[in-house]
Design a protein. Sequence first.
Length: 184
Amino acid sequence: MVMRLWKKAWKMSTRDKKTFTVFALLYTFLTFTTSFMLDYVITSPDPLRSAFFYPLVIIIVASLVLTLLYAWLTVRRNRKVWATLKCIGWRSSEISWLILGYIFYTTIMGLFITVEFCLHWVAITGYIHSAFPDLITEVEPLVSLQAVGLTVAIFIAVQFVGYIAARGRITKVRPMLALKRVGE
């Protein structure tokens, strides 16, 4: 049942191309900068005094705000859809799973783009190093795997906050909204 809902969430999120693209690119930017700064904070001898600690906190708060905004927009823009689903017998919990899939899919696409960019960076610098050994002395990834894994954990925790906010708004959508005239 849950996998069916996640598949529907994937289809629904990609149907709204503009919003999906904008938020996936924003998540890509936030995950890359979070991983990049987190890598420096982890490797510094005093993490709290690192130059990247406070900007990292600001970026994590920005990702929380972005998640809440995306959850709010998802519920607000699709109120008639959620009301229609309630009219045909869907429960609020099923719609909540749909919203969770909607939010997570966009975030996972942003994470996938970030990891893909990092892999391509290593491949391109490795190729340049093999072709021109004097130009690049060492091939290093932009961010460590540990920082990316920690970023994924942080972003999943932040996504649950957005999901909880969306779940509260979903339960307030009444099925009568779907039965109103279109012009209202």
